[in-house]
Design a protein around this ligand. Structure first.
Ligand code: HEC
Length: 128
């Protein structure tokens, strides 16, 4: 794939990594470490998706579509510009909560460690 502008290249990097991650997740493959085509932050994208899958987040969330909970891209857009966004989301992920997106509450996720929650939060914020 030949791309002309840098912006295009990085957009493709992120999208490509998301698509790649989805394909890998769908295939149930552990090959998520394979380096995506281009762009920095791509490894985070793939690892974040794999972690979200491993922690069963994807039972309720999809990357770009509402499921039981809001789409991760929506979450990224809502909080992405806040200074403490990552820390806020770490707490949101671990403690769950309700009333921010609709009537369905999110249960606390005690199986997620602080550092896993941080990785998930940074991954979600990288999606916007
Ligand atoms: C049982 C379903 C369910 C599971 C499992 C789940 N979520 Fe959620 N999540 C929700 C719902 C529903 C909301 C919206 C809650 C609300 O309206 O406040 C939500 C909201 C969120 C938010 C936004 C919180 C905010 O402050 O606006 C984040 C971030 C999030 N989830 C991440 C995760 C991650 C990461 C995991 C996996 C560790 C996960 N969720 C697992 C249902 C779920």
């Amino acid at each position: 794939m030949r791309l002309t502008s840098k912006a295009q290249a990085s957009a493709w990097g992120v999208r490509g990594a998301i698509v790649l991650g989805l394909i890998l997740a769908a295939a149930g493959s552990a090959q998520a470490q394979v380096a995506p085509p281009a762009g920095q932050g791509s490894a985070l994208t793939v690892d974040g998706l794999a972690l979200a899958k491993a922690k069963t987040c994807l039972g309720c969330h999809l990357v770009d579509e509402k499921r039981v909970g809001p789409a991760y891209v929506q979450i990224a857009r809502r909080y992405g510009d806040l200074e403490q966004a990552a820390q806020y989301l770490v707490n949101s992920i671990r403690l769950g909560g309700k009333g921010r997106w609709g009537v369905v509450p999110m249960p606390a996720q005690p199986q997620v460690t602080e550092s896993e929650a941080r990785q998930l939060a940074q991954w979600i914020l990288s999606l916007k």
